[in-house]
Design a protein around this ligand. Structure first.
Ligand SMILES: Nc1ncnc2c1ncn2[C@@H]1O[C@H](COP(=O)(O)OP(=O)(O)OP(=O)(O)O)[C@@H](O)[C@H]1O
Ligand SMILES: [Mg+2]
Length: 294
């Protein structure tokens, strides 16, 4: 049976956790951090245009430490663009974005490198290198960003692979040999390689069968609960939104039109928000949440 994250919650320190450093203190930090309202991401008056098309128009958004935050909105509303702006892959035309206390406007190379080591990104289509095994893919960020020797990198990669809920056999497989669910988990293992404080997930459950999707739901929750990670995800998955997200922001017409828990959003009237709740799928997910809380 694949290990669950809970098996990593045993007393940690150098011996159990090969990464030795950060994770050892994370549990205590997680509890403290979870209770603060400190903004890990602060987006102020961000505007983005592609030619004549306005994608973001003075958009404001704050994401707090140790929350599971979801970004939703119709196709083309600018979710992926905003995510790319949060991870230094793209620049807004104006406004400011601060991540982990650093202003993303023209950071120095050193500051950008340091930031990239503090967040992990799981891209929508995995983004794994097809010519590398799962283990080599997961070890890659460690090879690029640390001076650890090969044996330790291998050990760390195995650790992250197990953490993401993959069986040890998967380590030697190539991406083309993986199922969709395994691919998501391998991509998550790579995103976790450097013990990030912040995790960005683009459609983490898209295309998965219900059982695999439920596994990802649980993993996301455990990562936050055990390690105090802040999770920012783009998703259309109503179960993930209702069962896992702490707060959700709805993007439409260049701005955040509503923000809050799903229950709070369910009361709002904006048409862009209503589309997530009205209709049979929206109602079923809401009913399921109510049923679970009984
Ligand atoms: N590099 C680019 N050049 C030109 N237009 C772009 C570029 N990137 C995004 N756009 C446009 O900006 C708009 C927002 O795109 P974005 O990918 O952020 O949408 P999205 O909310 O992620 O949509 P989806 O749910 O379909 O993934 C779209 O109309 C898209 O065509
Ligand atoms: Mg997108």
């Amino acid at each position: 049976m694949a290990p669950t994250l809970s098996s990593f919650a045993a007393p940690r320190g150098g011996a159990q956790c090969p990464s030795g450093g950060r994770a050892g203190t994370d549990m205590q930090n997680a509890e403290n951090a979870a209770q603060t309202n400190e903004a890990v991401i602060k987006i102020s008056k961000v505007s983005t245009r592609f030619g004549a098309q306005v994608v973001h128009s003075e958009l404001d958004l704050e994401i707090r430490r140790a929350e599971i935050f979801a970004l939703i909105g119709g196709s083309g509303s600018g979710k992926s663009t905003l995510l790319r702006e949060m991870i230094l892959l793209q620049r807004p035309d104006s406004g400011s974005i601060r991540v982990l206390g650093v202003d993303l406007h023209e950071p120095t190379d050193e500051a950008a490198l340091a930031l990239r080591q503090r967040w992990g990104v799981m891209f929508q289509h995995g983004g794994l290198f097809g010519s590398l095994t799962v283990k080599e893919n997961v070890g890659l960020p460690l090879r690029e960003h640390s001076r650890l020797d090969d044996a330790l990198i291998d050990e760390l990669a195995d650790w992250k692979i197990a953490m993401a809920g993959l069986k040890p056999e998967a380590a030697g497989q190539y991406p083309s040999e993986l199922s969709g669910g395994m691919m998501k988990r391998a991509s998550l293992a790579r995103a976790l390689a450097l013990d990030p404080e912040l995790l960005f997930l683009d459609e983490p459950t898209a295309g998965l069968d219900p059982e695999s999707a439920a596994g990802v739901d649980q993993l996301v929750r455990e990562l936050r609960d055990l390690f105090g990670l802040t999770v920012v995800m783009i998703t259309h998955d109503l179960d993930l939104l209702w069962q896992v997200a702490d707060r959700v922001a709805v993007l439409a017409d260049g701005k955040v039109q509503g923000i809050g828990t799903m229950a709070e959003l369910a009361q709002m009237k904006h048409p862009a928000i209503r589309q997530f709740f009205d209709g049979p799928r929206g109602r079923a997910a809401q009913d399921q949440k109510i049923e679970n809380e009984k």
